[in-house]
Design a binder for this molecule. Sequence first.
Ligand code: 5MY
Ligand code: ATP
Length: 538
Amino acid sequence: MQPEIMGNWPELNEQPILTLDLKKRNWRYRGEGNANLVLALPDECLVLRFHKYDREKTFSERERIEEFERALQEALFCHTVMVPLIGRAYIRPPKLAIIDQSELQSLENILDQYQPAHRRHKGIKFGNVAIYPDYTMLPQQSEKIVQDVINMNDVLRSEVTCEDQSLLNNSLFRTTKKIKLHRIVVSDASAPSNENELTLQEHFDIPLSGLGVISFKRSKLNQTKSSTFCVEIKPKQGWIPYVDRSKPKCTYCLTQYLKLTEGNIDQISEYCPLDLFSGDVKRMRKAIKALLMQPQNNLKIFKDGDLIYSDSVQTDLTNILKEMFQETSSILHLENFDRAMEKFSDLVHQVLTSDGTDGDAGLQVEDLDGTAIPNLATDPLITTQEAADAGLSCKWSSLPLPENCVLDRILKIQQLQQFGIEDVYGMYRNIGPAPHDYAYVKSLCNQREPKKLILNPIQRYLLATTAKDCSILIAFRQLSNDDSYCVADKILTDSDGHRFVWNVGVSDLDPKPISCIEKHWKRNTNVLSAYNRYVKSM
Ligand SMILES: O=P(O)(O)O[C@@H]1[C@@H](OP(=O)(O)O)[C@H](OP(=O)(O)O)[C@H](O)[C@H](OP(=O)(O)O)[C@H]1OP(=O)(O)O
Ligand SMILES: Nc1ncnc2c1ncn2[C@@H]1O[C@H](COP(=O)(O)OP(=O)(O)OP(=O)(O)O)[C@@H](O)[C@H]1O
């Protein structure tokens, strides 16, 4: 089956497809959405993402081939379109692997007990998996590289101090007082010849390129690290095209009324994505706090890779915040809880607005006529201020987001959409006989100029739809006073002077089927009537 498909996707010939045996690995159920189910491999800090299908469905040989093709297509789309648009710092393209069909049946049965009731009608039917980094954890790569270089064992993973204090001023080691040996990443140091002896020594010398031989001293064994927390946010649509601003609210806020009518949520959320993407610190922090209070399917919190807070996992939030910020005072007092909420929104806001890209410029996007698609200017105030102030409509206004922060990158893709759904649906109907759902993906991936993407209005709408449905995973760990970090780490300091090391990953950037245009067009009508019914009933 593979050669035919590989023929269609020449670049993927280069990607070896691994075979995975889950029986030999430590895995855990991580979670799922409507389309994919995800397992974590905690020992490797990776996740496996499977497509889901109706449990009862049977598949022809042709459909099996198409499913494999879909997996390849998504990987290629991520690699050639989404990674350049969002930035490699925020997403890594997946590797593909295959799990033997014989393992799947038992896997599906085990997974059944973890799946939430409303998702159980779908399961995994195929062994095609996409492997991604586990974004709930901080990158381990630097540690791995050095372990390869100096082949350290667990004892040597402990902290070491450096004899030569002047080294601390060197840009390679911008850390306070101590350096972790496993963090001496930067050089291409040659391996010490007597590594077994090294593990027994209190002092040892390591040659570091450009710095000569440096003397290190081992200290404090087995120091325990604080936990790594991860806040996952599905931010949804953070900007509304001008034609849709005659509507009473933004898409997310209107959809809340439909979800309420259909019994999918218990109450209307105070979260508004326009606030999160507004660039206004106060509104952004308000949005983050609203997500925390009503997570729905827009916020999850993980601790060391385990889900500890979500719509369905309601562990005591006060204890989570207490541990997250290593609070010693009793957080049960109201003012302490409020303070912890402020700290939480401050930290999440800081990460969402930080440039994590190291200046990587992103892909240039052009219209069909070859004109570059400009970045949209920030939005003037269009709503009547009274309506916005009374909380009746969403605030359409916004300030520029810091360039290259993760929200900025996502918003720019969402802003590729030029037309409202009515117009896009009209164009879709005009195409003629229904095109294959993912034919456009193939043409985007095959564009000749590597640094340019040329898009028609429907393609612009579909890419924007992908960016409206992605998730941002923010992993962070509080550093203790004598903790150290390496120069490649991203560090922030909170209002109390505590330092955190952090990382951001964006997940769920799959291409959307062209038929979703019809789904959105119908949903638009349903959403508006649900809202009108609600308002009339008041
Ligand atoms: O249409 P929306 O905005 O409700 O988004 C759908 C999501 O609903 P949400 O409002 O986030 O609860 C929906 O999420 P849930 O299943 O509700 O968790 C899916 O993400 C769906 O994407 P797909 O059809 O699986 O590719 C999403 O569909 P697309 O809009 O991406 O086509
Ligand atoms: N790379 C990753 N690292 C860590 N966790 C992940 C990763 N990818 C997915 N997850 C977890 O698995 C869950 C389900 O994955 P995902 O959002 O991809 O499913 P989906 O079906 O595509 O979602 P949707 O319904 O939004 O379309 C996520 O909410 C997240 O908690």
